[in-house]
Structure formats: structure tokens, C-alpha cells
Write a protein that binds this ligand. Sequence first.
Ligand SMILES: Nc1nc2c(ncn2[C@@H]2O[C@H](COP(=O)(O)OP(=O)(O)OP(=O)(O)O)[C@@H](O)[C@H]2O)c(=O)[nH]1
Ligand SMILES: [Mg+2]
Length: 607
Amino acid sequence: MNLRNIAIIAHVDHGKTTLVDCLMRQSGTFRPNQQVAERALDSNDQERERGITILAKCTSVEWRGTRINIVDTPGHADFGGEVERVLSMVDGVLVLVDAAEGPMPQTKFVLGKALRLGLKPIVVINKVDRTDQRAIEVQNETFDLFDLLDASDAQLDFPTIFASAKQGWASETVDGPRANIDPLFDLICRHVPPPNVTNDGPFAMLSITLERDPYLGRLLTGCIASGIVRPNTTLKALAADGSLVEKARITKILAFRGLERTSLDEAEAGDIVALAGFTKATVADTLCAEDVMDAIPAQPVDPPTLAMTFSINDSPLAGTEGDKVTSRLLRERLFREAEGNVAIHVRETDTADAFDVAGRGELQLAVLVETMRREGFELSVSRPRVLFKTDATTGQRLEPIEEIIIDVDEPYAGIVVDKLSSRKGELIELRPTGHGKQRIVFHAPSRSLIGFHGEFLTDTRGTGVLNRVFHGYAPYKGAIGGRRNGVMISRESGRAVPYALWNLEERGPLFISPGKAVYPGMIIGEHSRGQDLDVNPLKAKQLTNVRASGKDDAVTLTTPINMTLERALAYIGEDELVEVTPQSVRLRKRSLNMNERRREAKRTAEA
Ligand SMILES: Nc1nc2c(ncn2[C@@H]2O[C@H](COP(=O)(O)OP(=O)(O)OP(=O)(O)O)[C@@H](O)[C@H]2O)c(=O)[nH]1
Ligand SMILES: [Mg+2]
């Protein structure tokens, strides 16, 4: 059968997964009355809740005798580690650009990678149904971006199509017919070359993604580079350096068909399939016939820029809410994650109870913590810290720098520029973009962005849009000051009492409500001053008259700040931890002992 392999790449939310819905629906992939959710490929819980794609996924549709394998990719910068490898499976990319927003940082990032791999691009200006669409302008901006990224002449000659993935149409001109998605299908079949592979020769395939299936075990997905494979064949796996990982009998070959997977009796070169049977082979290994000697080169993956320490929960409440609490389980889980997710690195530390977990950003690590708590884990997590590098020749300390692109209403531009400048950011560009908006571009240390997003939203009354993308390494820019206020720390253990909290509200906003379990060293609110304050959230009203006791419950409390996992991770300081259990997110001091903390504070003050 005719084959085409494409990936869809774009900035976050420009409509990739919605376009896949549309391609599946209009190619007749679904059964006539099959119930299909919107953004059907975003199938895991956190993807549905957050409305973003986290893992790249494969599917395929059949269009007039051609099978089109489609890879949907995540647009959020934190999950970019996936995209690079995935692109090595395809010959063409649909570059989606929102007809109102235009090319955005992640468009540049992923397009740059696709162009360097020599892929054939098709530009899809999406969301042309938007009332604020400016499709033609966006088309020109996209052309400029290709040029900026040193696209080859052939790549610069890219075809453009105008579409609304949501309404299900594509058209070669902005005001052309808006009937269906056929023009895009036609274009894919015409413009993207078939895979450049051969069925002759021994079987070889680079493994791109790893999943675990409860029945089949490891599933390794890739695009077959040469040869044919049938179930029960014995294959071997080679590591990137050509060394043998293992030999295994293939137990199952799965192809991606719409939202389902079907078992194949034979798979040919060029097809994207998942193989079961291996027990050790992993991402970036070459799966091949026994007479193949050389591994297929794998795409290098950008290094992680951020790390957190994950340790077992050792708070007084440990083990009361989760069932996975030991360091053995924690260790197993983290190393399993790192194996399938190449953008995450896990390292042992000098204690057996703690592990350094490095990744691409706060969101990526927060998603991992959230997944683990849903599996029943209890753990404590440190503040994210940036990973430095040392310049090999000068020995200088280098730190990761991000390009930050901000769109805000004009009145807020000043405060945003001030804040980022004080965080050692360098202003690159500041220009009006019409409709009273300003575009601000900064190059700033990744460090300065930890916890910045919340502040940014407050400063811009929730109207600002911030995007960031890894820019490169630069010499360390020195300390970034300006930490938040001190915190209120519980001195007692028990359950918080309304009257006590009511009294404490004068000192600053609280993170807990009455009835919540507290323990000595737990952080229950923010202090309005710079220093930490040890308080007693259990202190009830002195009863002068027994009848007055009802008063205690009658106090009216302000709603406490809801410390979600992500907010908590961005909030805590060096000497603090977030305690995560399936039911709770608590903030605590690393050292729960008040006297020890005071001695420590004195030592640092003297030093
Ligand atoms: N108006 C309009 N909205 C669209 C269109 N296509 C997608 N959307 C909306 O844009 C939002 C994001 O769509 P997704 O398909 O999740 O975008 P995505 O590119 O897959 O996002 P990530 O995977 O997180 O990068 C959803 O609310 C869609 O309904 C379109 O053609 N027109
Ligand atoms: Mg998506």
C-alpha cells in the first residue's frame, strides 16, 4: 500500500490534536456511530484535565488507497524532548500556525528541528474561523521564520493551506471553499514523499518510544527502516554504540489504526509499528535482524535544565494517606520513568532515600509528581533548581538561558520589564503589536523563571501571555535576590482551630483551613514580614464563660490560598519541601525542629 508518514508540530494550543480528530473523522476511521471525545488522542487523565498533549502519539488513517501515519506531538516546551526523536520517523511535517497568534516560540523551536532533519514542510494556517484571524499576515510571518531558520530553497517553497480544524475544513486560499478537509489530504499525498526505504535486506528499526502494556509487556515503537517483520521472528537489540542489548522473539506487531491498535501478521519497511517481545531494549536502541551489525544513529536529545530532589515522605503524617512510601518503591518508579522518558534523568544521591530528578521544566516535573501521587505515592519534593554546566576550556560556570516572549496590555509592560530586569534578564525587544498590546522579548536565566509565572499573572491581572524556550548557556549572572516574605510555621501537632486561624490571619494569608492536620515544622501560611514566624494554630479562645464556647466556630475566615502542587513547588524556598500524598499537598520546613532551624539561621547569618 502507498504510505505517507507525517508529524504535526506547532506551538501549544494551535490545534494539532483537534486536526488529528478531523483527519480521523473525515477519512472514515471511526465506526458510523462510534462515540468519540474531542481531542481523542489526548487520552491520559492529565492530558484531558490540563487540555494539553503530554506524550507524542501515533495514529493512522486511510485516504483513497494511501495509508497516512500521523504523529501528534506536544506543543508545550517542557515536553519538547519527545518531539525531536519522533521527527526521525517521518518524511513530512504539518506546521500548524494559529491564524491570529502567528508563529510563536515553540513553532520556531520545533520547526528548526524539522528543517534540520530535511523534512518536507506543509504550513497549515489553522483557526481561520477566528474573528481575529489575520491569515495572510501570519503566512508572511511564517515565511520569514523559515528564512530565519535557514530553510533550504526546496523547504522555502512550502505549500500553505488555510484551515479550521474545529470546523473541519481546509482550503488552498483564505476565501476558498470551506467544504471539507480533502484539500489537506490531497496535499499530504502529493507533497510528502513516501518513506525512502526498502523491503529487501535485513529488518532494522530505530526504537523511538517505549510503553508498558499490562499483557504484552514492553512495546517499542518506531518506523521500519528496512526489511519485513513477522511475529515469532527472533530479533536483536543494539545500543547506540552497536553493542548487543538482548535477543528476543517478537510476540506481537501492532499497527496504529485510528484510536485502536491492530495486530499484524507482517509489517513492511516504512510503516510505523510497535513491537512486543523485548524485555530490556529501550528508546534509541536499534531493533534488527541477527545479521545487522550497525546501529541506526539516534537524534541527540537536548539536556535537562532543571532538577528537583524527590525523597520519601518523612513528615509526622507519613504513611497515613498513601500506600507507596518506601525508598525502594520510589527508586524503582523513578528509574522506570527515566527509561521511557528520555528527557528525564534520575540520579542517586548520597542518601538512599532521595533522588535527583532532572527534566525540561517545572510543568514536566509537576506532571510526574502528580502521576505518582495518583498511583498512591507519598513523597517530598524540593524546590526546583537549575542545572549549571562548566565551560570545558575556561572552567567558567555556565547557566541555562531562556528566551521569554511576553504579550501584555500596554499598562502592564512597565512592571513586567522591571521584574525581569531585576532578575538579570536582558531586554531584547519591546514593541507594540496593535490593539493596545506590547510584545516583550527577554533573554533571562532559567533560574529567574522559577515561580515567576504566578507573579506574572498577578502583575498583569491574568491577562499576560508568557512563552519561553531554551536559548542556550551563558556565564553565570550572579545571585538573583528578592525572595518572598517569611512563612508561618506550626509549633504544634493536631488539628487547626478556627479561632487560632482567625487570629493568625492578621499576620498574613493562610494556606490551610480549620480542621486540617498540622505538625511542628509545617508551613501554614505566609508571614507579611520578611522573617519566619512560629505560631500555634491549635490555640482555642480562653473560655471565661462556658456558654461563650459556641463563639469559637462562629468566626468568619477568609478563604485560604489554595496551594496546588505547581504553586507549592514554585513557592517553597531552599530550606523547605512540598509533602505530596494522594490526598494532600503540604508545605513544610526541611528541618521540622524549631531550635535546629534557629541554630541554622544563626549560623548562616554569621557566615
Ligand atoms: N476557533 C478554533 N479553535 C480551534 C481550532 N482548532 C483547535 N481549536 C481550539 O484550540 C484549543 C487547543 O486545541 P488542541 O487541539 O488541544 O491544540 P494542540 O496544538 O494539540 O495543543 P498541545 O497539544 O497542548 O500543544 C482547543 O480549545 C481547540 O478547541 C480551530 O480551527 N478554530
Ligand atoms: Mg495536542
